[in-house]
Each structure stands twice: as C-alpha cells, then as structure tokens.
Design a protein around this ligand. Structure first.
Ligand SMILES: *Cc1c(COP(=O)(O)O)cnc(C)c1O
Length: 420
C-alpha cells in the first residue's frame, strides 16, 4: 500500500485542496507535531490573541461598564452567526451560553416538564457520559425511567432500532448527531420524523458534529439541540456552548433555572419571574464576555471555508485513515472501529487495538502524533479539516505503523490518568 498510496499522492491532494491556505490562520507552534485531536480541543486561531487583547484593553480597560450595551446581546449575535454558518437554523433560534452539560440539563428539563404523562426517556447506552448522568438525575427527580438502548460500539445506534423503541410513553430522546467514540453519524431527518410520529421530542447533542458536518436544524425538523464550541469550532478550552430551540416551541417551554437574563424587561427588576416569550428565556445569568469573544475569529475562518468544503475534506481525510489502517495496520492487530461508509461517519475515525491506551501514549511521546484514547480500547484520530493536511494524516499513519512494527508501546504505563 505504501506503493499504492505514496506520500507524493498526499502532497498532490494538499496542492489541490481549496482549504489548504487556511492552515495559516491557526497557530502551529510545532510543525513536526501532528495534531489529530481537534475534535477534543480545536487549535488556536491566529487572530484570536490580538482580538482578545483588544477586547481586554479597550473594551474592558478603557470603556469599562460602557461596553455592556454592546456586550449584552453577544450570546444571541454569536448564536445567529452559528445558525448561519454551521447549524442551518433561523435567526433567533440559537444562543451561546453556559456549558453543553448545563444547556442539556435546561432543555431536557424544559422538554420533560412539557410532555404530560409520558414517563420514559430514551438514550443510547454509548452516549457521552455527561448526557447520560444528567438524564439519570432528571429522571430520578421526576420519577421517570431512563431506557438505555444498546448500540454497536463501532456502528452507532441504528435508526430502525430507535424507531422500534419509540412508543407513546417516550417523552424525550437524547442523541448525538456524531457519536463521540466511533464517529457514527445519525440521519437527523429520519430520527426527527420517527420521533414526531410518536409524539416524542428529540434533543440533539451536536458537540462532535458542529463545524465538521453540515447541520440543517430547520430542514431536518429538529426541535432542540445543544453543542460545544471548543471542539471543531476552535473557540478555546471550556468556551461557552450553544443551545437551539425551534422558534415555534420557544414560548411553550420553560427551563428550570429562573435567572434574570431570562426575565422579561430584565432591568425593571420586577418582583416575580416572568420569562421573555423568545429564546432569551433559556438564558440564566451574565454572559462570560471574554470567553464568548473567542468564537468570532474562529467563525470567521469557518465562514470563509464554508461548511460544505470542510465536510468534503473531512470525508477525504477520514477515508485516508481507513484505507491506510486497512493496508498498513491490520497485520499488527488494529481494526477500524468506525462506520466504513463515509456518509455514516463524522470527521473522526477510531481504531480498535487491545493496547490502545499505551499506543496513544507512545504515539504522542515517540511518534509526536497527538490523538486520544477512549474506553475500552479505542485510539481516536480526529483530523480537523481546517488545519490538517493530507500529508499530516499520511505521516501520522506511517508513524503509527512504525510504532506497531517495533511494539513501541510496551514500555509505556498502562494505568489510566486524570485526563485521557
Ligand atoms: C465534548 C462533549 C460534551 C462536553 O460537555 P461539557 O459540558 O462542555 O463538558 C458533551 N456532550 C458530547 C457529546 C461531547 O462530545
């Protein structure tokens, strides 16, 4: 396969890549380090430090509280930008606020309080842990049942399995559009349609999808969604998340944290909580302006790239990983642990190997390739399309093969660490 797919082919793909120039819009502190973890923490956009510096010195340092009239609606302004460039939603349906976990809690609680006497919440057994824990807590507090649907670790939850589990007791379905471990991509329109037929509401977690695959919240008939901005959206560690509520539902849903940013006529400081009729009712408190601000420069890059071109490149990089893993790594006990059909996969690919944890460590230390380990035995490779070259993927796979050839992980510790 090295003969069939020589490094020069990867170089040619880079030369023809319409997004190649965007790599310069990111800080690449070490050109020899191959970063395949943009799905966990996106790189720093080159424009961000200066953008934040100006905000701190001028907006805060000089203008002081006089900046608040501009700042106060940034969550909505950035939400509208996200709606346009990444989410396929209408203005006034997306707001940036809080964390993904908190937004999931707010929207799940709002949905459960609005679904009458239905008593079941459906969730994929392999769903991201925070989502499952939050649903367990909400269900306990309300005397509801969480039904976890077993799904294939590599292929994700199948739509027909989900459809079979939907009955007239299901109030809420929580599902990732792209599964965090395998990268399995859901057919959002089919799931929304199946749920609507039975009267259930779907709350989408878009954390591993947004900024990697085009999302069409309006066209697919989505009701509720949340997601991260620090993964493929490159807004920085712990950057505020977003939430989406279909416009027609906004006035009828109430979230459980009755903060003053959800209050109608906020600054009249009235005696009783009365939420705004629109998306603002899903807000809680003062927005973290410095953290929000980092989303602007990163959305500038995404807008210039266009999400369709990002997706096309992400598909190609994923296919390279799959092809090279098949050709080079199978003899060493690796197996592709993601859907093989690129239409059914987001932008990351997982490989199965019994020594995945130690391999991920050796790959970082000796191979200078940053990927990550996911339980129980997966090596996850996330080549973010905005700044990852085809030749980076080729080199990463080649270094992984060299490591496999000499069993280079054997001297690495096998104990879990605080962060993986
Ligand atoms: C990364 C991720 C989260 C993270 O939520 P936080 O509140 O930011 O910690 C949630 N859900 C999914 C599916 C994720 O991939």
């Amino acid at each position: 396969m090295r003969e069939d797919f020589p490094r020069s082919v990867a170089k040619e793909l880079d030369a023809a890549d319409p997004l190649a120039h965007l790599r310069d819009r990111f800080v690449i502190a070490d050109d020899d380090l191959i970063y395949l973890d943009g799905n966990s923490l996106g790189r720093l956009p080159a424009a961000t430090p200066e953008h934040l510096d100006r905000l701190v010195r001028q907006g805060w340092g000089e203008q002081l509280i006089r900046s608040w009239p501009t700042w106060i609606d940034w969550g909505r302004r950035l939400g509208d930008r996200l709606a346009t460039h990444a989410l396929g939603a209408r203005p006034g349906e997306v707001v940036v606020s809080d964390s993904t976990s908190v937004n999931l809690y707010k929207l799940a609680a709002a949905a459960l309080d609005a679904t009458g006497d239905r008593r079941t919440v459906l969730v994929d057994a392999e769903e991201f842990p925070s989502d499952r824990y939050i649903l367990q807590g909400l269900a306990e507090a309300r005397g509801l049942t969480v039904r976890t649907l077993p799904s294939d670790l590599d292929e994700g939850l199948r739509t027909d399995e989900l459809r079979a589990a939907l009955d007239d007791d299901v109030a809420l379905v929580v599902l990732s559009a792209v599964a965090y471990r395998s990268g399995a991509l859901q057919d959002m329109a089919a799931v929304n349609d199946a749920a609507r037929r039975t009267g259930a509401v779907v709350l989408w977690d878009l954390s591993h999808a947004v900024g990697a695959v085009p999302i069409e919240l309006t066209a697919t008939g989505a009701d509720l969604a949340v997601g991260c901005t620090y993964k493929y959206l490159n807004a920085g560690p712990g950057a505020p998340a977003f939430l989406y509520v279909r416009q027609e539902l906004q006035a009828s849903l109430r979230q459980p944290i009755q903060g003053w940013f959800g209050q109608r006529d906020q600054f009249t400081m009235g005696a009783a909580y009365e939420p705004t009729p629109d998306l603002d009712r899903f807000l809680v408190g003062t927005p973290p302006i410095l953290a929000l601000a980092a989303l602007d420069p990163s959305l500038d890059v995404l807008a210039e790239a266009g999400i369709d071109r990002v997706r096309a490149k992400g598909r190609r990089l994923g296919e390279m990983i799959v092809d090279l893993a098949d050709a080079w790594l199978t003899p060493y006990g690796f197996r592709v642990a993601s859907p093989r059909d690129p239409d059914r996969r987001g932008s990351h690919v997982s490989l199965h190997h019994p020594e995945a944890l130690r391999i991920s460590r050796a790959l970082a230390v000796d191979g200078r390739v940053v990927a990550d380990y996911r339980t129980p035995d997966r090596l996850r490779l996330g080549p973010a399309p905005l700044y990852t070259r085809h030749v980076d993927v080729w080199d990463a796979m080649s270094r992984l093969r060299d490591l496999a050839e000499r069993r280079g992980w054997e001297r690495m510790p096998g104990e879990p660490s605080r962060v993986t």
